[in-house]
Design a protein around this ligand. Structure first.
Ligand SMILES: Cc1cc2nc3c(=O)[nH]c(=O)nc-3n(C[C@H](O)[C@H](O)[C@H](O)COP(=O)(O)O)c2cc1C
Length: 507
């Protein structure tokens, strides 16, 4: 068990208490056009905090109010003062909790760029988002079918290519985000330069066809942001990056993939050479090819894979790193995310030296108590190596699509649209996240259960179908903004009743 629970030293001098990292998961809990964290976020993160995670990364906090992802994002406030910082302080406190070995609290900073969608992105409909070049998301998709193209066309606007002034403003927005994190007590930030969001768009030739220095040196923007942030925060503040492997990364190597991987490795070598980054998370995919929530190369969630999604690339990067090290040189830690959902997956990453830190997304939602469970189960290394039992069963979203009429007919067309498939998966997990935040998932230890091995385990409701999850994700009766509007509605109705009464009495 010790292989998961040993401390890891970051270049900035801070220590990660253990290797288990709850990675960024968009919570869908803020107000509808984005806003500060609220009581639901605090409750959710307190749940994770109780369970011995080494590092807890927030879901993406958007640096620009009008470039949201799915609408209910946390957003960096335009002005930083005691009042606007307070909700983020409370969030950092919820993550740190009150245990001795407290997890590191990391705020993920992001900008949707061209993936900030038409109706949910925080702009008026059909107002273009900003991006490196005027290329719409989905434009380069091949063999996806007409329905998919229409869907992408409706959802994503042709963006406006960013001017140099836009880029200067963007750098200041990321710096404001980092200062917010630092002033509210977070241990560090992670820049989201993956999954096709703005910073990743600058790194990829399929979205960046500029002719200025931001294309010739595709890391220039990231480098400017990192340098500006380093100047604005203390030296011990953690700076991480979430980074994509090659866009075609997968289990099978292809020529295109090798070229992409070479490009990604050369980017990573350059980032490491900056000597300012503390950890690099390895992931892959974007909205056109959402293989960060599917096994690469397939449209189904990976149930059979015995390896982490991006392990091959990560192993390669670890070798590159060791060739770059020199005595007294502290290099960034590598965090591998994607498909780690059994003890064997976790064990094999560490035993094979594929990464230093283990990034856990969906399993952290299904099983918030995962580190505590691992700690309490004394298992030999041989047992770990062979244990491919998922921490919790995964939802069978494909079955729930096809079982019911009329979906049987309608959804015959849908599986070809990868984005919808990914969206349904995200909705299902967002719903469980909400149930955790609302305290609606009871733990077995809250009930009268005698068996000690069943204690402290969350009891999930697997009956929700994929479609049900999408509907419930958007129809949220306890949403933070609804309470206020209900009160206004109630007051207006009361006023109307009084007026009617007065009028009828007068008559
Ligand atoms: C509901 C949901 C929300 C996510 N939100 C984010 C996010 O805000 N930022 C991010 O970098 N990745 C996000 N991801 C991707 C995860 O961080 C992770 O890369 C992915 O789920 C693969 O890891 P896993 O197999 O352990 O789930 C999200 C994934 C899901 C399912």
């Amino acid at each position: 068990m010790s292989c998961f629970f040993c401390q890891q030293l970051l270049p900035c001098g801070k220590v990660v208490p253990n290797r288990l990292v709850k990675v960024a998961m968009y919570e869908h809990l803020a107000s509808i056009r984005g806003g500060p964290p609220n009581r639901y976020h605090y409750a959710l993160y307190s749940t994770w905090s109780e369970h011995d995670w080494g590092m807890i990364v927030t879901g993406n906090v958007i640096v620009s109010q009008d470039h949201l992802t799915l609408g209910r994002d946390m957003v960096v406030p335009r002005g930083l003062d005691d009042q606007t910082i307070r909700p983020f302080q409370k969030l950092a406190e919820s993550i740190h909790g009150n245990k001795a070995n407290r997890p590191l609290a990391i705020m993920q900073l992001s900008h949707g760029g061209r993936q900030s969608s038409n109706f949910l992105g925080g702009r008026l409909p059909f107002v273009p988002p900003l991006a490196p070049s005027a290329l719409r998301s989905g434009q380069t998709l091949e063999n996806e079918g007409i329905i998919s193209n229409i869907f992408h066309l409706l959802l994503f606007q042709k963006p406006k290519a960013m001017s140099l002034a836009d880029l200067d403003h963007l750098v200041s927005e990321f710096v404001r985000g980092a200062v917010l994190a630092s002033q509210s007590g977070f241990d560090g930030i992670q820049l989201h330069a993956a999954h096709g969001y703005l910073l990743a768009q600058f790194l990829s030739p399929k979205s960046n066809i500029r002719t200025d220095e931001y294309s010739h040196d595709s890391l220039l923007l990231l480098n400017r942001i990192v340098n500006a942030i380093r100047k604005a925060v203390p030296a011990s503040f953690i700076l991480g990056i979430k980074f994509n492997t090659g866009d075609y990364s997968g289990v099978e190597e292809s020529k295109a993939q090798t070229t992409q991987d070479e490009r990604a490795i050369s980017h990573l070598r350059e980032i490491v050479a900056w000597r300012t980054i503390d950890f690099i998370e390895i992931t892959g995919g974007d909205y056109e090819n959402p293989n960060f929530v599917f096994s690469p190369g397939s449209t189904q969630s990976s149930r059979s894979s015995r390896q982490a999604f991006f392990a091959r690339f990560s192993a390669r990067f670890m070798k590159e790193l060791s060739s770059m090290s020199s005595p007294n040189d502290r290099l960034p830690l590598v965090l591998l995310t994607g498909g780690l959902r059994t003890p064997a997956h976790l064990y094999n990453v560490i035993a094979s030296n594929h990464a230093h830190l283990l990034g856990i997304g969906r399993s952290s939602v299904l099983c918030p108590e995962l580190p505590t469970t691992l700690k309490n189960n004394q298992t030999t290394e041989v047992d770990l190596f062979n244990d491919f039992t998922p921490f919790k069963p995964e939802p069978d979203l494909s079955l729930s699509f096809t079982k019911r009429w009329p979906w049987t007919y309608i959804w015959r067309f849908v599986p070809r649209i990868k984005l919808i498939g990914a969206g349904v998966g995200i909705a299902w997990y967002a719903l469980i996240i909400r149930q955790l935040a609302e305290g609606r998932i009871r733990r077995n230890d809250e009930r009268d259960i005698k068996k000690s091995d069943e204690q402290n385990v969350f009891d999930l409701d697997y009956s929700v179908t994929g479609i049900g999850a999408v509907v419930k994700m958007w129809v949220w009766v306890n949403a933070p903004e609804i309470q206020k509007s209900y009160i206004v509605l109630l007051l207006l109705s009361l006023l109307l009743m009084v007026l009617c009464l007065a009028w009828s009495v007068d008559l």
